[in-house]
Design a binder for this molecule. Structure first.
Ligand code: ZN
Length: 766
């Protein structure tokens, strides 16, 4: 049950805003940020910090265990994703493509290390050069110069003259000075500009967007939407350009496609292209936006078809290919239908114009393409866990009558991302977004294991809220303990527990006379009737409550030696896994406060609310199990420390979770909404009274929130019959190297095409 594609992205997108509201409008008590400091913080919003977290997305084990056919399939899909992903440059800002080409030329000429020597000679300090590397890595990771989470612009944190001096001394410049100078002139002003309208993405005078030409506003967007609706055209793969002339307003709707001709080449008779009068304006619909990139993506999708695992997969790719060739959203929907039927594939992928968060009007999709693979080794461990369900389930703290008559393995796949092209990588996905398909044919939920594993693991110096002596052990055991927790959470957490139900014929699925409520000692007095379900009964709290139950099962069963040995942990190591899993849970509970909105007293993220609830339960257990203290950091600003007494986990901790988990299950089994709600909402409350001031702690959490991490992804290369995985360092330089080697055969051709495309758009901007 990872449903956080939408919530996660939206939450993060808005959190910058919240952070500021908090600082500026804090009702009282938040006086630590002086106005001078605040100014620096506001400014630094437009830089990426030099010490920003950069992690390599580790896919080695999963990739190695694929069959040669599966490796080839992943390779060609990855190629399609990377080519298509370059379209995001053109979807983000007028200057993104130019900056991308500038960087590619610099680093193709000289490796980051070699260019570093040039930088020193050009008078850049080590910090300034690092700032440039971070900027370049950021541009690649976001596929443009606006943050994919938050939509604000970022500029290099070094003076413009210094960057210019570096460019002028570079090998790329020495080899073709005129080209490089022209390139610099075309993008350097906007690269540094923090003009009001360029500070964030937005429509009209609210910001920058390239989904629309610069002269479009909300009215144009609304008019175009009415036009598209009248033609039954989806906006997903389009952009809109407005031209005034001849007394009439003309709009050009560009469809992303490899084919540039405006005729019905698909043999389906009717064409969507042409010239149309609409509400006194002229609309022309034409194909061929990002034509070159769409062609490259289509070609690779075609190659991948030869390595598909089955006919369904092959036809899915055929439809994607048709979609990018013709600019057809209908073909993409058809592909999505095959995609839903492609259940539990070894290599999972999705590609196209998918998420519409970044279109200020919210209807145009940003290109993304991913390839993720089943980690067969991890799946085998999860398989053993399921195999042991029969002996593990009776360990759970509820009477046998509250357990399912027969264990059903929940539908759960954890995949490792091999390739994620686009503006950013989410931790989980829930697609397709087409509502009609979701309702009639369903959707898929996928958890991206290697993304999740590094999302919260972090460098030692940025590991917030932990005691110094806990940091090393935390970093060492975070990954292994996370795997244990995820396996238990998904399989035995969501997979356990019974609901008491009375069907339409009045038949109960439990023995009313025999079953006793362990909380009250009384017989069972409530259950689900007829069409009532868990979600319909518990509605607003259902998903977080269920996540909490699953997390508690993870904490509880990770204490079991048999479970730990399934994951290969014995003796001392096993104890470290337990300790870090529990420590991580209480820290996550604290970090979870970020996702609480005091104004509406509501939680915006089910898992994080669940972890906060668990923190409260463990704090309540007392006896020194969990220690949470507010303090001030080395910088003089508010800080906090959390720790857990490892000697009390098996005693005080276990008893506390046992009792709480039993309560959660009993309310759930018996459809006791009132009891369940009062229990869960009680622990979810965030207030300034009680043993800890959680209102104030929340402000501290927001203050010390880590900047979003960047991920370095591997490349794949065909060598003979085999596919080679090429990996890079988890650093800004590593991220840059991965992009320099990403298009080994046609880098110059692709770059020339990008510049031509961006020049064509530029006439509508500059
Ligand atoms: Zn879950």
């Amino acid at each position: 049950m990872f449903r956080f594609r939408v919530s996660y992205k939206l939450v993060t997108r808005y959190s910058v805003h919240w952070l500021y509201c908090n600082k500026l409008n804090s009702p009282k008590g938040f006086t630590c940020v002086s106005s001078r400091k605040l100014t620096t913080m506001v400014d630094s919003q437009y830089f990426l910090p030099n010490d920003i977290g950069v992690s390599a997305l580790d896919c080695r084990e999963a990739f190695r265990l694929l069959s040669p056919r599966e490796q080839l399939y992943s390779h060609f899909l990855s190629r399609a994703a990377w080519y298509g992903g370059l379209a995001v440059l053109l979807q983000t800002s007028p200057e993104s493509s130019g900056i991308y080409v500038l960087l590619q030329r610099l680093f193709r000429g000289q490796d980051p290390d070699q260019l570093g020597e040039v930088a020193t000679a050009a008078g850049l300090s080590a910090e300034e050069y690092q700032a440039f590397l971070v900027y370049a890595a950021g541009l690649y990771a976001n596929m443009g110069n606006y943050k994919s989470f938050g939509d604000t612009k970022f500029i290099p944190n070094l003076p413009q003259e210094k960057l210019k001096a570096l460019v002028w001394r570079s090998k790329a410049f020495k080899e073709s000075p005129a080209d490089m100078e022209a390139l610099w002139d075309s993008c350097s002003t906007r690269l540094y500009s923090l003009e009001e309208r360029q500070k964030q993405l937005g429509l009209g005078n609210k910001g920058t967007t390239t989904y629309f030409s610069g002269n479009c506003g909300l009215k144009d967007a609304e008019l175009a939407q009415r036009f598209l609706d009248s033609k039954k055209l989806s906006a997903y793969n389009t952009r809109l350009f407005k031209k005034e002339g001849g007394g009439k307003t003309c709009y050009e709707v560009r469809l992303a496609s490899a084919v540039t001709t405006d005729c019905a080449v698909d043999g389906e008779g009717e064409t969507c292209c042409g010239r149309f009068e609409f509400e006194g304006c002229v609309f022309t619909v034409q194909r061929g936006d990002y034509a070159h990139l769409m062609k490259k993506a289509s070609d690779n999708l075609h190659k991948a078809q030869g390595h598909a695992a089955n006919e369904n997969q092959r036809r899915m790719l055929e439809e994607y290919e048709r979609s990018f060739t013709l600019g057809s959203v209908d073909a993409h929907k058809e592909a999505s239908r095959y995609w839903i039927k492609d259940k539990g594939p070894i290599v999972e992928s999705y590609i196209g114009f998918i998420e519409s968060y970044r279109d200020p009007f919210g209807s145009r999709g940003e290109f993304e393409g991913f390839v993720a693979v089943v980690n067969k080794a991890m799946s085998a461990r999860f398989g053993s866990l399921v195999g042991s369900a029969e002996v593990l389930l009776p360990e759970l703290p509820w009477p046998q009558a509250f357990e399912k008559d027969r264990f059903l393995k929940p539908d759960f796949t954890s995949l490792d991302v091999l390739t994620f092209a686009g503006s950013g990588i989410p931790a989980g996905i829930n697609i397709p977004n087409y509502d009609d398909i979701r309702q009639s044919e369903g959707f898929k939920n996928v958890s991206l294991g290697n993304v999740l594993a590094v999302a919260y693991a972090t460098q030692k110096d940025k590991l917030t809220f932990l005691e110094e002596e806990d940091k090393d052990v935390y970093i060492q055991w975070k990954g292994p303990s996370f795997e244990v927790q995820v396996g238990l959470h998904e399989l035995l957490g969501h997979g356990s527990g019974k609901l008491f139900v009375q069907d339409e014929n009045g038949k109960l699925n439990f023995e009313k006379e025999k079953v006793v409520n362990p909380e009250t000692g009384e017989p069972i007095s409530s259950w689900y009737q007829g069409s009532e379900t868990w979600d319909s009964k518990f509605s607003t709290i259902a998903s977080s409550y269920e996540e909490c139950r699953a997390e508690c099962v993870g904490l509880y069963l990770c204490l079991n030696k048999h479970v730990l040995s399934i994951f290969g942990h014995e003796g001392h190591d096993a104890e470290e896994v337990v300790y870090v899993n529990w420590l991580n849970m209480v820290r996550a509970g604290l970090l979870g406060l970020e996702f609480y909105t005091p104004e509406s007293q509501s939680w915006r993220q089910a898992h994080m609310q669940a972890r906060y609830v668990i923190l409260r339960v463990l704090l309540e257990a007392g006896q020194g199990l969990v220690t949470l203290q507010e303090c001030s950091g080395a910088d003089g600003l508010p800080d906090a420390r959390i720790s857990i007494d490892r000697s009390k986990i098996h005693t005080v901790g276990k008893v506390a979770i046992e009792k709480f988990l039993c309560k959660l299950q009993v309310h759930k089994s018996t459809a006791d909404v009132e009891g369940g709600r009062s229990l869960y909402e009680g622990y979810s409350a965030v207030s300034d009274s009680g043993t800890h001031n959680f209102t104030r702690l929340r402000e501290t959490i927001l203050l010390r929130k880590e900047a979003r991490k960047m991920f370095v992804q591997a490349n794949t290369k065909v060598k003979g019959d085999a596919v080679e995985l090429v990996e890079y360092d988890g650093s800004a330089a590593g991220l840059i190297r991965s992009f320099v080697e990403r298009f080994p055969d046609d880098a110059e051709e692709v770059e020339a095409e990008l510049l031509a495309l961006s020049k064509k758009d530029c006439s509508c901007w500059c």
